[in-house]
Design a protein around this ligand. Structure first.
Ligand code: SAH
Ligand code: DHB
Ligand code: MG
Length: 222
C-alpha cells in the first residue's frame, strides 16, 4: 500500500468533500502558469484548515508562506466579513500571483499579502499592533518554523490555534542521524513544544497525493 493508493483516496475524498471550486482551482492554475512550485496543501488539508478556523470562530489569521494563495483562500473563506488575514511571502512574484487570485476570489478586502522574508517582516507587524491571532498557519521556509512558532505564541490569545505544516517529511523527523537543517529544525520545534507550558500540542502523520508528511496542531492554553 503506497503512493498510488494514497493518491486515489485523496482524489476520492476530494471529489466528494472538496469538489471543484472556481476560485481555488484558478489559484492553482495561476500558480502553475507562472511556474510556481506545486507544493500547496492538498484539497482535504485546505478544508481541514478551513474547518479549524470556523470551529474556533477565528476572526484574525496569520499565515507564514503564501505561495499561490491556495491555503490563504481556504482560510480566509472561514472568516466573517469583518475578519482579517495577513499572509507573509518572501518572493515578490509569488506574492503578486497570489494577490491576484485572492482578489479574484473576492477576498481582497480581508486578506493582506505582505512581501519579504517573514523574519524581517515581524518587527513591522509588531509595530502595526497586529494580532492577537486566533489562528496561525506556519508553512514557509522550514528552518525557521521554531522562530515563527515563538513569535506566533507571543501574538496569540488563550484558545488560539497554531498549525505547522511539513513537520514529518517522509519520516525524517524521527531519524536522529538526519542533520538536514530543515529536518533538525522540526526536531527543535518538537522539543520547544514539549518544553512550553503555555500550549498543548500534537503531531499527526499524513499520507496523500503529495506523499508522506504531517502537521503539528497546537492550542494555546486558557
Ligand atoms: N501555504 C501555501 C504553501 C506555501 S509553500 C499553500 O499551502 O498554499 C512555502 C512558501 O514559503 C513559498 O511560497 C516560499 O516562497 C515561501 N517562503 C520561503 N521562505 C520564506 C521566508 N523566509 N519568509 C516568507 N515566506 C517564505
Ligand atoms: C515544500 C513546502 C511545503 O510547504 C509543502 O507543503 C511541501 C513541500 C517544500 O519546500 O518542498
Ligand atoms: Mg506546506
Amino acid at each position: 500500500m503506497a503512493q498510488d493508493t494514497w493518491t486515489a483516496v485523496d482524489e476520492y475524498v476530494t471529489g466528494l468533500l472538496a469538489p471543484p471550486d472556481e476560485a481555488l482551482d484558478a489559484a492553482v492554475r495561476a500558480g502553475e502558469a507562472a511556474g510556481l512550485p506545486q507544493i500547496q496543501v492538498s484539497p482535504p488539508q485546505g478544508k481541514l484548515l478551513h474547518l479549524l478556523a470556523k470551529t474556533i470562530g477565528a476572526k484574525s489569521i496569520l499565515e507564514f508562506g503564501t505561495l499561490a494563495g491556495y491555503s490563504t483562500i481556504w482560510l480566509a473563506r472561514a472568516l466573517p466579513a469583518d475578519g482579517r488575514l495577513i499572509t507573509l511571502e518572501a518572493d515578490p512574484k509569488y506574492a503578486e500571483v497570489a494577490a491576484a487570485s485572492i482578489a479574484a476570489a473576492g477576498l481582497g478586502e480581508i486578506v493582506e499579502v505582505r512581501v519579504g522574508p517573514a523574519l524581517d517582516q515581524l518587527p513591522q507587524l509588531e509595530a502595526d499592533g497586529a494580532g492577537p491571532f486566533d489562528l496561525t498557519f506556519i508553512d514557509a521556509d522550514k528552518v525557521h518554523t521554531p522562530d515563527y512558532f515563538a513569535w506566533a505564541l507571543e501574538h496569540s490569545r488563550p484558545g488560539s490555534l497554531i498549525v505547522a505544516d511539513n513537520v514529518i517529511r517522509d519520516g525524517r523527523l524521527a531519524d536522529l542521524s538526519d542533520d538536514d537543517p530543515a529536518i533538525a529544525a522540526q526536531r527543535r520545534f518538537h522539543e520547544q513544544l514539549a518544553a512550553e507550558p503555555r500550549v498543548e500540542a500534537t503531531t499527526i502523520q499524513t499520507v496523500g497525493g503529495k506523499g508522506y508528511d504531517g502537521f503539528s496542531l497546537i492550542r494555546v492554553l486558557d
